[in-house]
Design a protein around this ligand. Structure first.
Ligand SMILES: N[C@@H](CCC(=O)N[C@@H](CS)C(=O)NCC(=O)O)C(=O)O
Length: 202
């Protein structure tokens, strides 16, 4: 299989962690792609031009990190990351939805700075995105995701979101959310793939 991704992508980081947790490193070749410049191979795999995309053995392409992670969870060994049924499945997927949503809002803020000329930026839009981030973080701080027998897909999506805000938002979330700081440290010690998939610092 071939994974089209970038070390800077938080969605790609989710997939990288799942590959490690499901012992699939030998079966996945990572092909670095710069989605910001546009890439013909990526566009062929995902016409939306977004990473990550996974080309599987049949030659078909899977995209959206959630779809890829669920696929890898069904073919790898190691713990089940997305419970297959029951209330735990919906709790895990809802937690993952919160993590993905956090990443999306944070990414849109980055894109506002990256793709819009300075005189066309809309502060009220950036503030609206920040409101969503603040509400999500406040909810997590009141009730950090509970630990089960092992971290699951919900946990690793939240961790990818916090890691992205460390990377692109200078870790500003940390000051007001000490319980989530502790939560992330515990996640990192349970999942070595978190540190191993950290985005480049330079
Ligand atoms: N929902 C998608 C989002 C993927 C996404 O937005 N990826 C970003 C990089 S982190 C991207 O490719 N952006 C380029 C673009 O939108 O043109 C997923 O979970 O895979």
């Amino acid at each position: 299989m071939k994974l089209l991704s970038s070390p800077a992508s938080p969605f790609g980081r989710k997939v990288t962690m799942v590959i490690a947790m499901k012992n699939l490193q030998q079966q996945v070749e990572v092909m670095p792609v710069d989605a910001t410049r546009g890439d013909a191979t990526l566009n062929a795999a995902n016409p939306l031009g977004r990473i990550p995309a996974l080309i599987i053995a049949s030659g078909e392409a899977l995209h959206d990190s959630h779809v890829i992670c669920e696929y890898l969870d069904t073919i790898g060994s190691g713990p089940v990351l997305v419970p297959r049924a029951g209330p735990e499945r919906w709790r895990t997927l809802t937690m993952a939805s919160l993590g993905d949503g956090l990443i999306e809002q944070a990414l849109l803020q980055v894109y506002e700075g990256r793709y819009r000329p300075e005189n066309m930026r809309v502060q009220s839009w950036v503030d609206r995105l920040q409101g969503k981030i603040d509400r999500a973080l406040a909810m997590l701080e009141v009730a950090p995701p509970a630990w089960g027998a092992h971290p699951d897909y919900g946990h690793l999506t939240i961790a990818a979101a916090l890691g992205y805000m460390d990377f692109r938002h200078a870790g500003r979330w940390r000051a007001a959310h000490p319980r989530m700081v502790e939560w992330l440290a515990r996640f990192a010690s349970a999942v070595p793939a978190y540190a191993a998939s950290a985005p480049p610092t330079a």
